[in-house]
Design a protein around this ligand. Sequence first.
Ligand code: HEM
Length: 115
Amino acid sequence: MRTFIEHKKENPGDDLCSALIDACRREEEDESFILSMLILLFYAGHDNMMNFLGNAILALDKHQAEQATLREQPARVYECVDELLRYDSPVQFFLLFAKGPFPWVPKPLPPAAKS
Ligand code: HEM
């Protein structure tokens, strides 16, 4: 990742990583901040997407009628993605902690509550 950052610094392009590196330079953030942001971005972007695509292909393969409907009506792809995310979610466990009182949910959470 450090090699990649150096490469992007020397060869900036019209891409998200170059924009992030440039923003960090302007904000005078140190190298470890850029590194942790890029690792978060790569991990979050790659892992969830990879698992979603695997689950989605498997689900469509198991449900041939739904797959045929999608092929006949490709405009329904957005609805289909929502349903695939619900049907077999790639993120089934995500631990969040309330940093302070969190009253914006039906059952308000006290500080440090886990969800
Ligand atoms: C099907 C694909 C994806 C799913 C299911 C997914 C799911 C999630 C979930 C559940 C979270 C946690 C949200 C929360 O804090 O409550 C998250 C965070 C995040 N995702 Fe995704 N994601 C996907 C694709 C991507 C892609 C393609 C990128 C970037 C290229 C990305 C970047 C991020 C980042 C950077 C965070 C952390 C945000 C923050 O804490 O400020 N995700 N994602």
